[in-house]
Ligand binder design. Structure first.
Ligand SMILES: [Zn+2]
Length: 112
């Protein structure tokens, strides 16, 4: 019978997964709203990234995943203006590009 602490740890860290190619399943994005407030959010890559496909050569060829994109509006605690973030990932879910409206990009960190 796992303790509550064990279950919370599993929830936070995830179960060990041999299929994730050692890439972190989650990341942390920090931005700064135009009002000055810093906003940090956790991104679960498995759930929040949208797949982007290469156009298939013909109807019989399954589409190839070219990469992933994340679109997210972040709102600070004391502010109602969203910071709109778009992050592009390669096929291995590593950040390759980002754009932002309403604030400044500060950092993106892989969660260990
Ligand atoms: Zn703000």
């Amino acid at each position: 019978m796992p303790t509550l602490v064990d279950r919370i740890r599993d929830l936070l860290l995830g179960q060990p997964d041999e299929n994730n190619n050692n890439h972190a399943p989650a990341m942390r994005i920090t931005v700064q709203c135009d009002c000055g407030q810093k906003i940090t959010t956790r991104i679960e890559k498995a759930y929040e990234l949208q797949e982007q496909y290469l156009p298939a050569a013909d109807e019989d060829t399954p589409p190839t995943v070219a990469g992933y994109v994340l679109k997210k509006d972040l709102v600070g605690d004391c502010c109602h203006e969203p910071v709109r973030v778009i992050v592009h990932f390669d096929a291995d879910k590593r950040v390759i590009d980002h754009s932002i409206e309403g604030g400044q990009w500060l950092s993106a960190t892989e969660c260990a």
